[in-house]
Structure formats: C-alpha cells, structure tokens
Design a protein around this ligand. Structure first.
Ligand code: B12
Ligand code: SF4
Length: 573
C-alpha cells in the first residue's frame, strides 16, 4: 500500500451494552429507558438494536456471518473532509464505520499517516471517540490525532473551561478543531504538522502547551459549497461507495424552531448551485449509486431551488431514487409534489413534531396541522413513503395536546412514525423563555409548568399502543436513513413495514414480561420466518470477532431478568 498522508475516520457506533446501561441508570421512568425499551429485540437472550437482530435472524437462516448496518452508507463527514484534503494535494483516505473496518484501518495506519482526523457528528458524549484514539495510538503512535466536529463544537463553544480541559485530556487526542465547518482548518493543521511547525498559528485549533489546552485565534470558516463539493470520481479507488450514498446540498437552515440550536451553530443558510449538485449526482451514478440521501435539514426550501433541483434530476435521468427531509408547510402547489415524484423521490422525513396548534406555535414551527394533513395525502398519492417524527412534552404539552397528535397520526396514516420525549437543549431558543414556561432541568431530565420528562416518557409508551395506522420506526442505528440503505439491499418499504409491525409487537411483549412467554416465542418465530423468506443482497460488512464482542454480548449485563424488571417497577407490571 502507498504511504497515506491522512486518514479520516467516520462513525463509531459505540457499544449497545453501554447504551443500555446508561439508559437503565437514568431510571425506570426516564425517557432514556423508555426509548431503549422500544428499540431493541432480544435474540438468544441478547438485546440487540433492530438491524443487528435482523442480521442475526438472517444469518441463522442463510448460514452466513453478514452484518447489515446503516454505517455501510459511507459516512458523509469523512468523505467531505477527505475530498477537501485531496483537493489540496494531501493523500487522504476515509474510513466509514470504525467497528467494522478495523482491519482496513490497521493497514492504513501501517503506512504511518502524519495525521489521523476523527469526526464526531453523531456523538453526544466522548465514549465512542476513546476506542478510536486508543486504536490509532496502538497502531501508529507517531500519527498526530485530531478530533473535530459537532462534539467539540458543542462542548467548547463557550471557550476552554476547566471541565473541558479534563475532557480533552480524557479523550487523549493531540489537538482538537473548534469550528462548525472545519475543512480549511484541517488542511492548515495538516500543513503545519507536515512542516513540523507549531499549531499556535493555525486558527480554530485547541492544542496542549505545558499541560494546558489553549485555543488559537477563532476565525469562522465560510467555505463555498460549490468549491468544497465532494469530487466523487476521486473515490472510485480506495473506497467502496456502494449503491446508496448521502449528499449535502445546503448548510444550516432558514428556520428557527425553538427546540433547536442548529442554525445558531451552523450560521446562515448556504446552498450549493444546481450545477454542483448535477456534477455530484453524475459522478455518483457513474460509481454505481442508485439511492441518494440528501441530508440537508430543509431540502425543499427555498421552494424555487427545490423545483430546479428536481427538474435537473428529471433532465439527467440517471435512474436515481432519493430521500430527504421535507417541510410540508413549504410545499404549497401540486407541481412541487409532481416534480419530486418524477425526479425519483421515494421517501421523506417529516419533522412534524406535534399536530397541536398551540405546541406548534410554542415550537415556532411556522406550520399548521392542515398543511401537514394535505402534504401527507399528496405524498402518499404519489407513492412516496412518509415518516412522521414527533416530540412529546415540549413546553405547553398536556395529555390533551398529545391526544391531538395521536388523532392526527391515526387520520393521516403516515407510513412510519416515531415519538420521543423532548430533549431540553439549554442552548436552544426556548430556554430564553424559561420563566414563561417554568422550565427547570435539561436534556432528558426536565419539568415545566405542564409536564415532566417522566410523564412525557409514559405518554410516548402510551402512544406506542394507540397509534394504529402507521408502523413504529426504531431509532438506534436505524432511523429513516436506513430505508434507502435497505432499499439498496433489495428490501422494499412494503417488505420492511410488516417486519417493523411484528417487531413493534415483540418489543411490547418483551416489556410486559409475562410468566408464560409463548406469545413472544410465536412472534419471534414469525419474524425469523419473514426475515428468512426475503431475497436480499449481501452487506459489505460481516461480524468480526471484535464487532461481535461489542454488540452481541452473550449474557448481556444490561437486560433485566423478569425479577429485575419487577424491582425496577415497570409500569406494565
Ligand atoms: C444521516 C444521519 C444519521 C444516520 C447516519 C447514517 C450514516 N451512514 O452515516 C444515523 C441513523 C446512524 C444517525 C444516528 C444518530 N444521529 Co444522526 N443524523 C444524520 C444527519 C441527517 C446527517 C449527518 C451528516 O452526514 N451531515 C453532513 C456532514 C457533512 O456534516 P457534519 O457531520 O457536521 O461534518 C462537517 C463538520 O461538522 C466537520 N467535521 C465533522 N467532524 C470533523 C472532524 C474534524 C477533525 C474536522 C476538522 C471537522 C469535522 O466537517 C464536515 C464538513 O463541514 C444529521 C442531521 C443533519 N442534517 O446534518 C443527524 C444528526 C447528526 N444526528 C444526530 C443524532 C443526535 C443522532 C443520534 C444520537 C440519534 C439519537 N437521538 O439517539 C444517532 C446516533 C446514535 C445511534 N447509535 O443511532 C444529531 C447530532 C446532534 C449532535 N451531535 O449535536 C443530528 C445533527 C440531528 C439532529 N438535529 O438532532 N444519524
Ligand atoms: S429543527 Fe427547525 S431550526 Fe432546526 S434544523 Fe430543522 S428546520 Fe431548522
């Protein structure tokens, strides 16, 4: 293998066991525990996230060791940064899923890359970063390890506090990038390391001097999405992009939902030109991509640009199917829905959040219940899969407002849905109205004038049984973004929905923990038979010993026995 200058590492899923333990520790009635209980299936006494349960059942039927995982869809941040480094003459390679690509990473590290960059898009704590740092240290001690992305941006936004000093030491990297974008900083950092000069003059970098983490000058990046576009053609060698790929055509968002701090972190809405998107999709199609995921937060806003993008895709006629977030309130005419369908739209993520007008107003959603009703109907008429994501317990929420959302879901029948307790983000705009709503606490431990986080968790559980015309979509390593991945493996939504409905019954039954487990056994058998009967393409990953040890621990310390469950005081007892 040639000498690599820089390796960029994408996603590390973390250990499901740890996730379960943390959820359990949060308490019996906590949102964490409620969420965990509704996103795992127990196979051979081991609780697994949905996709691992699916893979395990499939393997039993076909005698293979395959691992289906959404992380097979190339991690976008790693590709983005790699493409940018390559544009600057730096030979970089991207790793998508750390847990399943250790062997590939080991051979890349054997070439002693000068820099190893670790992304942190999906992390809300430092745990998933630790094994990566350890692995890199072990296999290439001389490489400079830099961690950047949302984890660092979230924790260090207000400066390098004492707590943060400890956290940075605990992670154990050589430097950190504090910048919402970071492409330009990473190039400058690489150049400084390569030239063996101090990082003191590289903007946006936290470096350690005499036992102290120090931030260099902060200069916000404003990279053009056209100039920084991914040159997918460069990924024909060294990377297996596969048949499903993600793309970003815009940065940030033009809205200000009061539960979200993303626009304040990401700056003004910036979009790529239609021609840039055209170029990217041509290159992706040439690599064999069939399913595209646009990760933009508001892909159909502004509406004129959305129509232009759809028309471009119709013109290109590359046979691509695509999936994205979609705002019904900004899709007012039939033409929008027609061009979306004609250009290959197969599924949309609808951030409905609530169907109650008061809650929508409190959320500053700028959307009305009738716009959602109308939008879902028009999408369904055109055969587009709809996924409704719901937040329960936002300030102002009561049992009555939740019931309005339940009625809405039962009336509109989106293909898939999921409800989760509100996650109180103290940096989001609603916290400026803390007194008005009587908000105390944050994250998944909060109370306000009309609800507590525990009541919200209980209502989510209740919704699980009362929403009857739509299938529950698990979150952990799954989410809406698994639909295009599974479609790429030959699993259509029509085949997936009955599997999810069965899984929903299984999760419900697991939670009840009856003395006589016969119904659970029957349901599990049905699921196993249904998974065995599918005709599927094989995934890129298989269960390595290391991956197995982390994911499918035989006697899971986390999963409570029926006795445990009683002592936990399950509400379903
Ligand atoms: C696709 C997606 C997923 C998919 C990923 C599938 C896949 N194959 O990659 C899956 C389903 C796995 C997923 C899961 C989760 N996700 Co998600 N996901 C997204 C989504 C839609 C796109 C992410 C993306 O690729 N962005 C585009 C890339 C290019 O941007 P980026 O990652 O920020 O990277 C840029 C910079 O940050 C920077 N950068 C990043 N890392 C580094 C490192 C260095 C060194 C440098 C210099 C720069 C740098 O460079 C990039 C270019 O500018 C985002 C929402 C969104 N629209 O962004 C949510 C999002 C990232 N997810 C989020 C969350 C919370 C989760 C979950 C934790 C869900 C949950 N609530 O439990 C889980 C993860 C845990 C789990 N086990 O499931 C949050 C992140 C919150 C945070 N970190 O502050 C987001 C923002 C959604 C939201 N608004 O809540 N997700
Ligand atoms: S939740 Fe609202 S503010 Fe946040 S990214 Fe989505 S549309 Fe924008």
């Amino acid at each position: 293998m040639r000498d690599i200058d820089c390796v960029v590492i994408g996603y590390n899923e973390g250990r499901f066991v740890d996730y379960g333990t943390m959820s359990k520790r949060a308490g019996t009635f906590s949102p964490e525990w409620q969420i965990y209980r509704k996103e795992h299936i127990v196979i051979d006494e081991t609780p697994m996230p949905w996709m691992d349960a699916f893979s395990t059942l499939r393997n039993k039927a076909v005698g293979r060791n395959d691992r289906y995982h959404v992380g097979e869809v190339y991690n976008l941040a790693s590709v983005y940064l790699t493409s940018h480094l390559r544009r600057h003459g730096i030979d970089a390679v991207a790793i998508s899923l750390f847990g399943n690509e250790r062997d590939r990473l080991r051979s890349l590290l054997a070439t002693r890359p000068k820099v190893v960059a670790i992304t942190s898009t999906f992390y809300v704590n430092i745990l998933p970063v630790l094994p990566i740092v350890q692995f890199v240290r072990e296999h290439s001690p001389e490489s400079h390890i830099v961690v950047g992305g949302p984890l660092i941006d979230n924790f260090a936004r207000d400066g390098v506090s004492n707590d943060l000093q400890d956290m940075l030491f605990a992670i154990g990297a050589d430097s950190y990038v504090l910048e919402a974008q970071g492409e330009a900083t990473l190039v400058s950092l690489y150049q400084a390391i390569s030239a063996r000069v101090s990082l003191a003059n590289v903007n946006n970098v936290i470096r350690c001097e005499e036992g102290n983490w120090i931030l260099s000058e902060r200069v916000l990046e404003s990279n053009s999405l056209d100039e920084c576009r991914i040159r997918w053609a460069d990924f024909a060698v060294d990377h297996e992009i596969g048949v499903t790929a993600q793309m970003r055509t815009a940065r940030s968002c033009a809205f200000k939902c009061s539960f979200c701090d993303y626009p304040s972190r990401a700056g003004a809405l910036t979009v790529a030109s239609v021609d840039t998107v055209r170029q990217e999709i041509r290159e992706l199609a040439a690599l064999g991509v069939k399913n595209l995921v646009f990760v933009d937060d508001t892909f159909n806003v502004p509406p004129k640009r959305f129509k232009a993008l759809c028309e471009m895709m119709i013109e290109e006629d590359l046979g691509l199917s695509w999936y994205s977030y979609f705002r019904c309130s900004n899709a007012k005419d039939d033409e929008t829905f027609d061009v979306a369908a004609a250009s290959g739209c197969k599924g949309v993520f609808l951030g409905i959040e609530s169907a109650d007008p008061v809650i929508l107003k409190n959320m500053n959603k700028l959307a009305q219940d009738d716009q959602y009703r109308d939008g879902i109907a028009r999408l369904k008429e055109r055969g587009i899969t709809t996924f409704a994501s719901i937040i329960v317990g936002f300030p102002g929420e009561t049992e009555t407002t939740v019931n309005n959302t339940i009625d809405f879901l039962n009336d509109t029948r989106p293909t898939l849905w999921r409800a989760q307790a509100w996650w109180g983000n103290p940096k989001s705009p609603i916290y400026a109205k803390q007194e008005e709503y009587g908000i105390s606490g944050s994250a998944y431990k909060w109370a306000h004038d009309t609800m507590t986080s525990e009541e919200a968790a209980a209502l989510c559980d209740a919704m699980y049984s009362s929403v009857v015309n739509s299938a529950w979509l698990p979150l952990y390593d799954f989410d809406f973004w698994s639909l295009p991945y599974l479609a790429g493996k030959g699993l259509s939504v029509n085949e997936l929905v009955p599997l999810l409905e069965l899984s929903q019954e299984i999760m419900q039954e697991q939670q009840v923990q009856r003395e006589d487990g016969s119904r659970l056994k029957i349901l599990c058998r049905e699921l196993a038979d249904a998974v065995a009967a599918l005709s599927l393409d094989s995934p890129r990953f298989s269960y390595t010993e290391a991956a197995l040890a982390e994911i499918t621990v035989a006697s899971h310390p986390m999963y409570p026995s029926p006795q445990d469950e009683k002592s936990l005081g399950s509400k379903d007892d």
